[in-house]
Design a protein around this ligand. Structure first.
Ligand code: UD1
Length: 418
């Protein structure tokens, strides 16, 4: 039950290094089940979602341990194919395990997954894809049961480019018989990271990052030592923080190409952005022209995971802005909290209509989900006066040392145990 105490208003200066991407690491952990050999994930962030995933791997019989910042997974003794409700409900990524667990054991039984409460998050595309790969799928009593004597390659067209379904189908087919061609695949950079990881294990996957992924089944996969890609959402969060607070920071170990949609918007409101190697420099003198319109889209469009921080930013930009959330139904839970801080926002369906105010003021607010919690923290460090942010467990799911990193940039933020 920790909370942040924040004195807002300090500009940000200095540099911050981003962690490895949560959304890359989670599927890699699912992929580690595919081999009996040792897998080492270097620079693995100790965020709660990762720790939960290691608990789930432990339930399957894998041994996991941190050696410094590397996570070592030893799956030699894995023998269990069931993930109970208590673990699966904590996070949605447990559903990725269907593909890899059924590929390893010929069967999988997983309780319906949980995750952020940001609207309906069906798994129909995952299950449809698995069925096409010769998996028998039954849903009973809150569990998904999968079984297959032999996974077989297939032509699959996704109804919509789901990140998780793309990854799950890659994981299920990588040791299948024959070739799988997956069309209308999601193009998120984390999917390419999964492809690179699988290929380093001996898989034959190509096309990830485009709309068509081809997976040629191989007999076995071996161990691997791998450094995942940087977290583009964490990097984007810090860029938005600088735009909101003013100042000049460098975000290190980040890919500007993966953040093109955000960088374009930040330039539109008059932030100065420069890129050199893996560093993104942002300078903001406090002038923030209107953001006008943000519509979340699958990659390379504006990421839904940066919608909440971008909405917080729009609250203190000049003029009006419309923020349209096209991916998830109820991803505006941060808005009532922003209104408590003086924001002028109306939500209708999937759109938030924002009228900028010169500054937000401090208030006691609660994080309702992961990115919404980050958004409220940014709002508080940029606001006039004192705020508290509670329900930090949501933020801890995806950001490691969030408050330390912000404090190192000059934000007046500390965490206290209640
Ligand atoms: C992943 C990310 C999450 C991000 C999201 C969209 C991880 C661990 N999480 O989530 O941070 O917000 O991508 O970029 O990588 N859908 C269906 N049926 C399905 C699956 C999805 O209708 O079987 C719909 C969803 O309701 C949603 C859309 O497809 O509207 C996108 O969801 P998806 O890409 O699957 O998101 P996740 O993989 O859950």
């Amino acid at each position: 039950m920790d909370k942040y105490i924040i004195e807002g208003g300090a500009p940000l200066y200095g540099s911050v290094r981003v962690q490895s991407a949560k959304n890359a690491v989670l599927p890699l952990l699912a992929a580690s089940v595919l081999t009996e050999e040792r897998v080492i994930i270097r620079r693995c962030p100790r965020i709660c979602d990762v720790l939960h995933m290691t608990e789930i791997l432990g339930e399957l019989g894998c041994k996991t341990r941190f050696e410094g910042d590397a996570l070592v997974i030893d799956g030699a003794d894995a023998a269990n194919h069931e993930i109970p409700a208590a673990l699966a409900k904590e996070m949605r990524s447990s559903v990725f395990l269907l593909g890899s667990v059924v590929a390893r054991f010929g069967k999988a039984r997983i309780a319906y997954p949980g995750g952020c409460d940001i609207g309906l998050r069906p798994v129909d595309l995952h299950l449809k894809g698995l069925r096409r790969l010769n998996v028998r799928v039954e849903e009973e009593g809150g569990y998904i049961n999968c079984a297959s004597d032999r996974l077989k390659g297939a032509e699959i067209v996704l109804d919509c480019p789901s990140v998780g379904a793309t990854e799950n189908i890659m994981l299920a087919s990588v040791k299948g018989e024959g070739t799988t061609v997956l069309r209308n695949a999601a193009k998120e950079p984390e999917i390419r990271d999964l492809q690179d990881f699988l290929n380093r294990m001996g898989a034959k996957v190509r096309g990830a990052g485009t709309g068509t992924v081809r997976i040629e089944g191989v007999r076995a996969l071996h161990g691997v030592e791998y450094t995942p890609m940087p977290d583009r959402i964490e990097a984007g969060t810090f860029l938005i923080a600088a735009a909101m607070c003013g100042g000049e920071i460098a975000v290190e170990g980040a890919s500007a190409e993966n953040l093109a949609a955000l960088i374009d918007k930040l330039r539109e409101i008059s932030c100065k952005i420069a890129v050199k190697d893996d560093k993104i420099y942002i300078k903001s003198d406090g002038e923030r022209r209107s953001l006008r319109l943000i519509e979340t889209m699958p990659y390379p469009g504006f990421p839904t995971d940066l919608q909440a921080p971008a909405t917080a930013l729009a609250c203190i930009c000049e003029g009006s802005a419309v923020i349209v959330e096209n991916l998830f139904e109820t991803r505006f839970k941060h808005v009532p909290e922003l209104i408590r801080m003086g924001a002028d926002v109306v939500v209708r369906g999937r759109a938030a209509f924002v009228r900028g105010v010169p500054a937000l003021h401090g208030a006691d607010v609660a994080a309702g989900d992961l990115r919404g919690g980050a958004a409220l923290t940014l709002a508080a460090i940029s606001a006039e006066g004192r705020s508290t942010v509670t329900d930090l467990s949501h933020i801890d799911r995806g950001y490691s040392g969030f408050e330390y990193k912000l404090a190192a940039l000059g934000a007046k933020i500390r965490r206290i145990r209640v």
